[in-house]
Ligand binder design. Structure first.
Ligand code: ZN
Length: 73
């Protein structure tokens, strides 16, 4: 396995810095569960609806694999 560069590690740390761990109650089994920015999934199979998350999800256009991008020759 390749060792990540310092740049990659710094980018990962910056990304993780922007994440916020939040807690809630499972809508399926009632256990206390933890998620990132208001988005949860529980071991019982329950997940909260995407629109309950804090903040917007990235748009499809921001995905490098989005088919609308013009392929580079
Ligand atoms: Zn549950």
């Amino acid at each position: 396995m390749p060792v990540p560069s310092a740049e990659t590690a710094a980018a990962a740390a910056a990304f993780l810095d922007g994440q916020k761990i939040t807690a809630s109650q499972c809508g399926g089994c009632g256990k206390e569960i933890y998620g990132i920015k208001g988005r949860y999934s529980c071991a019982c199979g329950w997940t909260n609806p995407w629109w309950e998350g804090h903040g917007d999800l990235p748009a499809a256009e921001t995905d490098p694999d989005w088919p609308g991008h013009v392929a580079q020759p």
